[in-house]
Design a protein around this ligand. Structure first.
Ligand code: CMP
Length: 136
């Protein structure tokens, strides 16, 4: 993917809906894309959290042992929890089909949240939604 492709993928994502084109481009420049084959564990339950991931294409499953907690696809993200609380990863996240993710390092993620606190509010809403879903 070119930088322009990544920027346009990020621009289509609700989390970045309030961002200008210039801001989106800065985010795109601060991260990296990774491709995963189906079956790859992207994030491992209990490991140290080192990054934030957004699904550009493909599909992942969030799993706790045998339980599937969520299925995430384009525009949805994972890995924010460990970066927020500094605790180990709370679940496994696996690619269930060929998947491409955009990733930000912990440092870039923290700087982005400080510069754009509205992202923290959007993530809080998402976490609340995931908590509610987990309770039903
Ligand atoms: P983190 O704990 O860093 O790594 C595993 C990720 O899975 C976690 O961040 C969340 O992004 C995601 N996750 C954990 N629990 C759930 C859930 N119940 N529903 C959706 N996503 C989850």
């Amino acid at each position: 993917m070119t930088l322009a492709d990544v920027a346009s993928a990020l621009a289509s994502v609700p989390l970045f809906s309030g961002f200008s084109q210039k801001q989106i481009r800065l985010v795109a420049e601060s991260g990296r894309e990774y491709k995963y084959k189906a079956g790859t564990t992207i994030v491992e339950d209990g490991s140290i959290g080192l990054g934030f991931y957004m699904v550009l294409n493909g599909r992942v499953e969030v799993r706790k042992g045998p339980r599937v907690l969520a299925r995430l696809s384009h525009g949805q993200y994972f890995g924010e929890m460990s970066l927020i609380d500094g605790e180990p990863r709370s679940a496994d996240v696996l690619a269930v089909e060929p998947t491409e993710c955009f990733t930000l390092s912990t440092q870039v993620f923290s700087a982005l949240i400080k510069r754009h606190p509205e992202l923290a509010l959007l993530m809080l809403k998402e976490i609340a939604g995931r908590l509610r879903a987990a309770q039903t």
